[in-house]
Design a binder for this molecule. Structure first.
Ligand code: NAD
Ligand code: ZN
Length: 375
């Protein structure tokens, strides 16, 4: 079984990693509609003393909403609102860690991320950097983290990325976009309350939800597939089909998509993603296109690789009246195409999973450029 190297553009660990890994899972989960009210009780045993706060990193979309009043603040706990407009950056993590160290004499009892993949990744990274010296950029890579992170909790408010179960936090650094992949990255506790996803716009619901659907397609059609990944991938795929093509009530759809995200994340943990993610990475690197919509922009053109998945995707788009932007790559220079192609082709495990060991003969730079030109 191979580790998930999603977002790997350096791919340095792929050759040295052992074939079988002792993969950590989230040890504790609270699930259920309304379960956000359990948060105070969940945190209580982890509070070290009244000077060691719980720090809540919260998507600023919730500023001024009733959710904020439900955050169980006591002692000197702090809420920090953060925008999810841009994907997380290493210097943003460093600034947050400096602020927390400056504001409090004691190391926090807990870091709690409340939001989508952006806030979940920030919470993971801040928790790591509070107990490991240096800058976030020093830890981008595989298993570079030496000390356990501060106890950290993930509370997703939008479903699809699987960031709530993954052992990575994807950060844009000064030189590279790469995850901090480590056993210490994984959340100590996740709280899954489907009601928290209620306010998501239809477009964003679709883009982030399709991240999960595409995880399933790429995992289930990959050469790395194994029974572990397949069992989670098939369940997630069934749930996605129900959510995006069925006739569920809104609250059932929220519950099922939250579980699809979880299972999709578990599926790629022990297999790998594929062509859409490899290409989406190039788009994101060059144009700053966000993960969910980037995957959709690419996936619609991958009929040659995932015919059944693309057919389903198009049905889902039609059912929900989703119109993707067009001409995203129109007018790009040769140099820009070369950059995207180079970044994408560095994602070797993704290509190998998608196309097999001889993937280089199947996906040439020219062929890849032609695909980008369609976007
Ligand atoms: P996001 O966190 O970027 O948020 C997308 C938008 O939805 C934002 O505008 C946000 O404010 C809004 N939003 C979130 N919850 C809402 C709610 N309940 N109501 C209204 N609006 C809400 O979305 P995402 O797609 O979950 O995350 C993308 C990020 O996740 C990227 O940075 C990507 O790199 C990362 N990612 C990480 C992993 C991992 O394993 N760590 C996997 C995939 C993606
Ligand atoms: Zn993804």
């Amino acid at each position: 079984m191979k580790l998930n190297k999603e977002f790997d553009i350096k791919n340095t660990a792929s050759t040295s990693a052992p074939s079988f890994r002792n993969f950590p899972m989230v040890p504790r989960v609270v699930y259920g509609r309304g379960s956000f009210s359990e948060l105070g009780a969940v945190l209580m045993p982890h509070r070290k003393n009244s000077d060691a706060p719980c720090i809540f990193l919260v998507d600023d979309v919730f500023e001024g909403t009733s959710l904020v009043n439900r955050i169980p603040l006591i002692f000197n706990d702090q809420v920090i609102f953060i925008s999810a407009e841009e994907e997380p950056k290493t210097d943003q993590v460093d600034a947050l860690v400096s602020k927390i160290k400056h504001d409090f004499s004691e190391r926090p009892s807990a870091i709690i991320g409340i939001g989508g993949g952006t806030l979940l990744d920030l919470a993971k990274a801040v928790a790591i950097l509070l107990s490991n010296s240096g800058n976030a950029a020093n830890y981008q890579g595989w298993d570079l983290v030496r000390k356990a992170a501060v106890y950290h909790v993930g509370i997703p408010t939008i479903s699809g990325t699987g960031a709530e179960v993954s052992r990575t936090t994807v950060l844009l650094g000064p030189e590279k976009k790469l995850g901090i992949n480590s056993d210490f990255t994984i959340f100590d506790q996740v709280l899954l309350d489907p009601d928290l996803t209620e306010g998501v716009t239809k477009e964003q619901w679709f883009y982030t939800g399709m991240d999960c659907f595409i995880h399933c397609v790429e995992s289930l059609n990959g050469t790395y597939l194994n029974a572990f990944s397949q069992s989670y991938g098939e369940k997630a795929m069934d749930l996605c089909t129900e959510v995006f093509l069925g006739d569920l009530s809104p609250s059932d759809a929220r519950e099922k998509l939250m579980m699809a995200s979880w299972h999709g994340g578990m599926s790629i943990a022990y297999s790998q993603v594929g062509v859409a993610h490899a290409m989406s990475y190039g788009l994101s690197f060059l144009l700053g296109v966000k993960h969910g919509i980037g995957n959709c922009l690419v996936f619609q053109h991958l009929n040659d690789y995932y015919p059944e998945g693309v057919a389903l995707f198009k049905q889902m788009m039609a059912k929900h009246h989703i119109a993707l932007p067009e001409g995203v790559c129109a007018g790009l220079s040769d140099e820009a195409f070369d950059t995207m192609v180079a970044v994408s082709l560095k994602m070797e495990p993704l290509w190998e999973n998608a196309l097999g060991k001889d993937w280089r003969s199947k996906m040439t730079p020219a062929r890849l450029r032609t695909l980008y030109e369609k976007i």
